[in-house]
Ligand binder design. Structure first.
Ligand SMILES: *Cc1c(COP(=O)(O)O)cnc(C)c1O
Length: 419
């Protein structure tokens, strides 16, 4: 007899910036039988997944496939594969995940140049463009939806500027893919990294990425360097020859050979996670990207109306609010962690705290993917109000849920963001 009982997690309502509740059909896909990695049914599944990911990323890029690992493995694979020694990388930072990009780039030997904005705001694209023109970086790496501050950075003009200045534009769209428009081709993004456990409502463990020929040719050049080959007229510096792509697991040139027709074995593809990814993205495409973005805006609107009806204040500049994360200022004298633990323990609802300069200052409420639905928003608002009253806040009872209900009855114009 074992000392350990069967693990039986509680049913939660997860209103955080991830991981969020998984789509039930995705959880079912995780239980499908295993296929061998070169079984034709499995290689068909790989091809299908690539074509679905192209639609998700709104791109005609050939390369769109998942990296096996959490979202940061996708970010690291992309940067590790394109950063050549002493490449200059420009990183505009407006929250915690900008620092992650910086750290990864430094580890792979880049000369990193950063520019920063106060948390709660984003950059004017022209500010970034001006620095690109001066610094002439080889790569610009930037976050689209910054979950740490709940802000979204407009990107639609940066791609053209990068192209004019010979830079590759790499975008962390981990928090936005499947919840907010990410228009890879229209915005001329060279490489985009998504995440699964946020707006796609697939468990954490894969990082879908896409990249274009500009990125592919840089990877191809590095691959030739690795093998000591050169194309006519190509100059391979000694320094480059000494430094091939520094990771084996995250080497996109090898992963391409696995996802492409050569099917050269790299690692063993994550069978069950790929079933989950395919099913999750299928559900997203079946809902329709525009309908899905509208749904995220609708529930954001109801959530915000409910929070404001309690007399609470939102954090950050409103023009750049990320629709899928709502940051609420913790009222003075209120113990934010005690509120969170009562919400979880008594109501089974999870919201997030924050880090760094915002620790103890804000709560972050996610409305992502399958978690982003009317019953969740209404249950959360009712419970949040009760918990805050329990914590001694003078909140007019009942108004919050009514304000959200009003929103659902007559939503005000819901234009889909194109930035
Ligand atoms: C969540 C998140 C990540 C990291 O994702 P992991 O899956 O935990 O590796 C990176 N960037 C952004 C913007 C995120 O929100």
């Amino acid at each position: 007899m074992t000392r350990y009982s069967e693990f039986a997690p509680s049913q939660r309502i997860i209103m955080t910036p991830g991981p969020v509740e998984a789509e039930p059909r995705v959880l079912r896909a995780l239980s499908y039988p295993i296929l061998g990695q070169f079984d034709p049914e499995f290689t068909d599944l790989m091809n299908d997944t690539m074509s679905m990911l192209r639609e998700l990323f709104q791109t005609r890029n050939h390369w769109a496939f998942p990296i096996d690992g959490t979202s940061r493995s996708g970010i690291e694979a992309m940067l590790a594969s394109i950063i050549e020694p002493a490449d200059k990388v420009l990183i505009p930072i407006f929250g915690r995940f900008g620092y992650l990009l910086q750290e990864i780039c430094e580890r792979y030997g880049a000369e990193v140049v950063t520019m920063e904005k106060p948390w709660g705001t984003v950059f004017d694209q022209e500010e970034i463009a001006a620095v690109i023109r001066i610094e002439q970086p080889a790569i610009v790496a930037i976050v689209h939806g910054e979950t740490s501050t709940g802000r979204i950075q407009p990107l639609n003009q940066l791609g053209a500027v990068c192209r004019e200045n010979g830079a590759l534009l790499v975008v962390d769209a981990v928090a936005t893919i499947g919840g907010v428009a990410v228009e890879t081709d229209a915005w001329m993004l060279d490489a985009v990294i998504g995440g699964t456990q946020k707006c796609l409502s697939i468990p954490s463990g894969m990082a879908p990425i896409t990249y274009n020929e500009r990125v592919e040719s840089k990877i191809a050049k590095r691959k030739r360097i690795e093998r000591g080959l050169r194309q006519p007229g190509e100059i391979l510096t000694e320094e480059s020859i000494l430094k091939p792509i520094a990771s084996n697991y995250l080497d996109l040139s090898q992963l391409q050979d696995y996802w492409g027709p050569a099917r050269l074995n790299h690692h063993t593809e994550m069978t069950s996670m790929l079933y989950a990814l395919r099913e999750g993205v299928r559900i997203v495409l079946q809902e329709g990207l525009d309908a899905r973005f509208q749904r995220h805006k609708l529930h954001e609107q109801a959530l915000v109306a409910g929070i404001q009806a309690m007399g609470l204040t939102l954090y950050g500049e409103s023009e750049c609010k990320l629709p899928v994360v709502t940051c609420v200022q913790i009222p003075p004298e209120t113990d934010g962690e005690s509120v969170r633990s009562m919400l979880l323990g008594t109501f089974g609802i999870e919201i997030a705290s924050s880090f760094g300069p915002l620790k103890g200052q804000i709560w972050r409420v996610g409305t992502m993917g399958y978690s982003c639905r009317q019953t969740n928003v209404l249950h959360f608002l009712g419970a949040f109000e009760a918990v805050l009253i329990r914590h001694g806040l003078r909140i007019p009872p009942g108004r919050s849920v009514q304000a959200a209900l009003n929103c659902y009855e007559t939503p005000v114009s819901l234009g889909v963001e194109t930035l």
